[in-house]
Each structure stands twice: as structure tokens, then as C-alpha cells.
Write a protein that binds this ligand. Structure first.
Ligand code: CO
Length: 448
């Protein structure tokens, strides 16, 4: 069973080479489940039972359901749909160096550069096409082996195995063909955009590895694929969101772009996309937003570091998550991870009810570590929050590894989370499963 789920995950990742494609594929899942798209530029009307989603920049997406009756609060899970990669500079800067055509690139996010060498790459992203006096965005994905970044042979560089630094401007130039192939390359992009080359006004394109995801191991216990960080969480949270039953809260599934470059774009978790959307929901339902936020909860779901088989010394001596041992809750005294005792208790309780094991992660005490969506989204939407994720190896490699069973754990945890609502009464928190029929807490909340 878990391998069917993981094959679905890997198929989802394969057709989601960029954040735009991920949002597009999520849109397909949501529409099939009866969700309608709202546009930020339009007025919204929302009533009980409404199932909706909204996109910003075509790359970040928020989906939600309106419950019957007065909602308790928002139950939110957020994951990021961008991954570190090599971005093409403008198509017009494409040039040839001697006998080869190469593509100038920039780094998007903190990638492990060496993992991009010697493997077939393709190109995907979006272009803006002129149609009369209109500019239209088109997603493109070449879906073919079109480029490769070759290593230098060991015979030419005997120091290659001695911790050699890779230089982005010289070592990481993708080769696309012979000197005349630049023109063909531009034509392929135009064909993928179903446009004339002259009508492509601008483009945001990136290389992606063509390596396919696999389920592997002596007992098929691992999965490896590009972009598991964070599409394993995006997929799992989306499945849990779609499978969850009715509750008294507004379940909100969030997929944010630009986590790998700091979240501060118009569509990133640090912007007002989520805050404005929650505000509009509250206005439509004639509810007080601060009242709703006081009973809301946000899980920032982003993959965590599993203890490494060859380098266990990088892990904390105590909090060292393992793959296939359950959802990881991340803690950090400096609050780069936003989990606190109360939010950990709420999420642990939800996982206990779902029969999902949980593990702890902290950075080794002398390592700074990173931060993720929750830390920045709190600046816009200050609700009880927690950082969680799934244990994985080789984060930011072009081919990452995680636990097959963990996908199932996260879907199950997300399903239970999105079926729950939170009720606050002073220092007492009640987590309710499913819908409360004529409940005293609901009556009290509605009367406030
Ligand atoms: Co991540």
C-alpha cells in the first residue's frame, strides 16, 4: 500500500519540475475534488460548505474549506514547492563558447553543486507571450534530455577527489549542443510555449534533473527523487487535506514558493498572501479575524535531516531522527523553529490519535542550522505554530532520499490535523475531532 502511495508521490514530483508546475498540478487535484478557483482581483462570496483555492504569481497556492456554522479558527499546514536549482539567465544572453553552446546560469537557493554534474537535465518554467495588446503567462516544460554539465576527467585534474570547490560561473555551465544549437534551443522553448519566438517577451526558466524517482532498498523502505524537499510534504499535506472529514475549523492547505531564497517575495510565506486570504474569509463569514486567529494553528511542514549513515557525528547526540520512524517535530531555543511546549503538545496529541509516531529534531548544539516557512509567516499571521517535517538524507542534492513509510505517516497526521479544531478557554486547549453537534464550546464561541 505504501508503495502505491509513494509511486503517486514520485509521479507528482516528476510532473512538477518547478513551483509553477507544482501549483498547476495541485490545482488539478483540487478541481477534481470539487474546489473552485478564486482570484485575488475579484470580489469573493463564501458560504458554509464552500471549497476554494487561490493562487498568487501562479506559483503559491492556498486551499480551504468553509465549515457549517461559525468556525472555531484556521487549521493550517504549509509546505514549500520550490527547490534549489540552476536558473537560466534571459534567453537572449544565450551564447556559444568555441565549439559548444552553453547556457549562462544563476544559482537559485543553496544547492549541492556536485550533484548536478554528469546527469541529463531538462528545462521548465514560465514565459510571457505577447498576444496583440495582451501579455499571457505560459508554463513550459521541455520534458527531454536537453543539457548536461560534464565533470573534468580525473586524468586532467588529479585533485578532483580532494575537496575541490566548484565555481558557478565556470564549472556549472550546462552544455546544450554544438555551436549552432543555441538557435534550436530557443526554438524548443518557443514550441513548448506554443508561441512564435518573436512573441516571447520574457522568461523565468530553470534546469531540472531528469533522473526519475525510485522506491528502493532491501525491503523497499526508501524513496529517492529530485525535490523531495519539500514536495514530499506538499504532496502529503495536500492528500491529508483532501481526505480529511468535516470539522468546526477552516482547514487551510498552503504551498509557498520562494522558501529556498528567503520567502520575501510577493508570493512567499513572508508576504501578506496568507494574512490577506484569512482576512477575506473572516469578512465573508462575518467573523472577527483576531477571534479566529486566537484559535488557529499552523504547521510548517518542511523536511528534516535524518542521521547520516556515514556521518552520524553531524546529528545531535540525542535528537537524531531516523527515516521511517515517523513525523519529526523541530525545536530550536533561538526560535528559528517555532515549536513551543504548547504547540508540540497539540501536534503530538493529534499524531497520537492518528497513531502516527513522532520524533524530535534539534540542531547539534554548535551548528546554526536553518529556518523555514513558519519562522517568517509568523510575522504576518501570528498563531500557535510548530515546525515539523520528514527525515531525509542529502537535503538540497539533485537526488534526495527519504523514508517510504514516512509519506504514509505524514498523510495520516495531516488528515487528522485537518479534521480537528482547536478551542481555547484561558489556559485550556481542547482539540476536537470532526464536527461538534450543538456543542457548548461552539455556542460560547459564537456568542463572543
Ligand atoms: Co525545505
Amino acid at each position: 500500500m505504501e508503495n502505491d502511495i509513494n509511486r503517486n508521490l514520485l509521479a507528482f514530483i516528476e510532473k512538477s519540475p518547478t513551483a509553477w508546475h507544482t501549483a498547476e498540478n495541485l490545482t488539478g487535484l483540487l478541481r477534481a475534488a470539487g474546489y473552485r478557483e478564486l482570484r485575488e482581483e475579484e470580489e469573493w462570496t463564501l458560504g458554509p460548505g464552500a471549497r476554494c483555492f487561490v493562487r498568487r504569481n501562479a506559483s503559491s497556492l492556498l486551499a480551504f474549506r468553509i465549515p457549517q456554522g461559525t468556525p472555531a479558527g484556521f487549521m493550517m499546514m504549509a509546505a514549500h514547492n520550490d527547490s534549489p536549482c540552476l536558473r537560466l539567465k534571459e534567453l537572449t544572453t544565450l551564447g556559444s563558447a568555441g565549439v559548444y553552446a552553453q547556457v549562462p546560469v544563476e544559482r537559485y537557493g543553496g544547492m549541492l553543486l556536485s550533484t548536478w554534474l554528469d546527469r541529463p537535465l531538462s528545462v521548465a518554467g514560465r514565459v510571457v507571450v505577447r498576444e496583440g495588446e495582451t501579455l499571457r503567462e505560459r508554463l513550459v516544460d521541455l520534458r527531454r534530455d536537453v543539457a548536461l554539465i560534464p565533470n573534468v576527467a580525473i586524468h586532467m585534474d588529479r585533485s578532483a577527489n580532494e575537496g575541490k570547490a566548484l565555481d558557478l560561473k565556470t564549472d556549472m555551465l550546462p552544455l546544450i549542443g554544438g555551436e549552432a544549437s543555441a538557435e534550436s534551443f530557443r526554438r524548443l522553448i518557443a514550441e513548448a510555449a506554443e508561441a512564435e519566438e518573436k512573441d516571447i517577451v520574457s522568461a523565468e526558466l530553470q534546469f531540472y534533473p531528469r533522473t526519475l524517482g525510485r522506491v528502493w532498498g532491501a525491503e523497499d523502505e526508501f524513496i529517492s527523487s529530485p525535490r523531495l524537499d519539500d514536495l514530499q510534504c506538499v504532496f502529503s499535506c495536500a492528500q491529508g487535506f483532501l481526505q480529511a472529514g468535516e470539522s468546526d475549523a477552516v482547514p487551510v492547505f498552503c504551498a509557498f514558493d520562494n522558501e529556498e531564497v528567503g520567502n520575501t517575495t510577493r508570493q512567499g510565506a513572508g508576504a501578506d498572501f496568507l494574512a490577506r486570504t484569512l482576512e477575506r474569509i473572516a469578512i465573508c463569514l462575518n467573523c472577527s479575524l483576531p477571534r479566529l486567529l486566537a484559535q488557529s494553528f499552523l504547521v510548517s511542514a518542511d523536511n528534516a535531516h535524518a542521521v547520516h549513515p556515514n556521518h552520524p557525528e553531524y546529528a545531535d547526540p540525542v535528537d537524531r531522527p531516523e527515516m521511517n520512524k515517523g513525523v519529526v517535530i523541530k525545536f530550536n531555543a533561538s526560535q528559528r523553529y517555532i515549536t513551543d511546549a504548547v504547540s508540540a503538545a497539540v501536534f503530538r496529541e493529534i499524531c497520537r490519535r492518528a497513531e502516527v509516531p513522532v520524533q524530535r529534531y534539534t540542531n547539534r548544539a554548535d551548528l546554526a542550522g536553518g529556518w523555514t516557512l513558519g519562522h517568517v509567516s509568523l510575522g504576518q499571521v501570528a498563531v500557535r505554530s510548530l515546525d515539523a517535517g520528514l527525515a531525509q538524507l542529502a537535503m538540497h542534492s539533485s537526488y534526495e532520499t527519504a523514508g517510504a513509510q514516512d509519506t504514509v505517516w505524514m498523510i495520516r497526521a495531516a488528515e487528522r490535523f485537518f479534521s480537528s479544531s482547536l478551542y481555547l478557554n484561558g489556559e485550556t486547549l481542547t482539540i476536537r475531532d470532526g464536527r461538534a453537534a450543538c456543542d457548548a464550546a461552539v455556542a460560547r464561541t459564537a456568542a463572543d
